[in-house]
Design a protein around this ligand. Structure first.
Ligand code: COA
Length: 257
């Protein structure tokens, strides 16, 4: 069930904060949460009073990724679906995005970080990309951005086996800038966001645009190719078995495919 407080949005010192806040489901993302976050990102982009976006979760969990019950019962990945709108908004945001992560960052919880400019992780953060295990395929342009960042073999291991990895590995892969203690990671993330918010805004936006310039075409192309495959697989028998198994708390069985 969607709740009005599942995403907390606030603004202070020219920083817009977007915080996942659905603790009873480990911040699993519903269509409404994607829609709210996409709208906030578009607003941050358009509003001159916002210089930086700060993206976070709760102290014990960043996000468990897409709500699996939603995937099972209301699969939506068309161009105007909230998840696609969110991924486009985060990929296209012209203002810097600083993320602060602790606990689980599963699936889109990790791929959204590939679109952030600075990522601070608590030492206890756990990342994972379990798409293949779930009968799905990479999303969020991770099939392009992760090999670019981490090298082909490391990306293949993370995207094929889908095992969880720690903050140190995420840093070695280039996914995380700084690692901090569980009591400090939020403060450090906020500090970095507020430092960016004090810099000349045109310089910051232009620097980000130039950094991203080389990847714009391929990013759009990759997102589209992934959406096409993901949408197909979400309706398929492998994903249905994987998600049903999660709900029933039993191991998935892919032997019949
Ligand atoms: N979608 C829907 N519900 C989810 C969820 C998700 N992605 N992740 C967790 N939940 C729910 C659980 O079903 C459980 O609900 P319940 O209390 O009503 O039974 C609740 O959140 C707590 O989850 P639980 O698994 O007991 O917490 P945990 O601390 O043991 O483990 C995770 C946390 C994130 C490691 C684990 O929940 C998990 O692996 N979730 C699935 C992640 C996933 O595959 N995401 C999709 C990626 S594409």
């Amino acid at each position: 069930m969607a709740n009005a407080n599942d995403v907390l949005i606030s603004q202070q010192n020219r920083v817009m904060s977007i915080a996942w806040n659905r603790p009873e489901k480990k911040n699993a993302l519903t269509q409404q949460m994607y829609a709210d976050a996409a709208a906030a990102l578009r607003q941050a982009d358009a509003d001159a009073a916002v210089r930086v976006v700060f993206l976070t979760g709760r102290a014990d969990c960043f996000t468990a990724g897409n709500d699996l019950a939603d995937f099972l019962h209301h699969p939506a990945t068309g161009a105007d679906s909230p998840v696609v709108q969110f991924l486009m908004a985060i990929a296209q945001c012209r203002k810097p995005i600083v993320a602060a992560v602790n606990g689980a960052a599963v699936g889109v919880g990790t791929t959204m970080l590939l679109h952030c400019d600075l990522v601070v992780a608590a030492a206890s953060a756990r990342f994972s990309l379990p798409f293949a295990k779930l009968g799905l395929c990479p999303e969020g342009a991770s099939s392009y951005l992760l090999p670019q960042l981490a090298g082909y073999q490391r990306a293949a291991e993370l995207l094929l086996l889908g095992d969880a990895f720690d903050a140190q590995t995420a840093r070695e892969c280039g996914l995380v800038n700084r690692i901090a203690g569980a009591d400090d990671y939020q403060t450090l993330g906020r500090e970095l966001a507020e430092r960016l918010a004090l810099l000349p805004p045109d310089s910051v936006r232009t620097t980000k645009a130039l950094l991203k310039r080389g990847q714009q075409g391929v990013l759009t192309d990759t997102l589209q190719a992934e959406f096409d495959q993901f949408g197909r697989m979400l309706q398929g028998p492998e994903a249905k078995e994987a998600m049903q198994a999660f709900m029933e708390r039993r191991p998935a069985d892919f032997s019949q495919f």
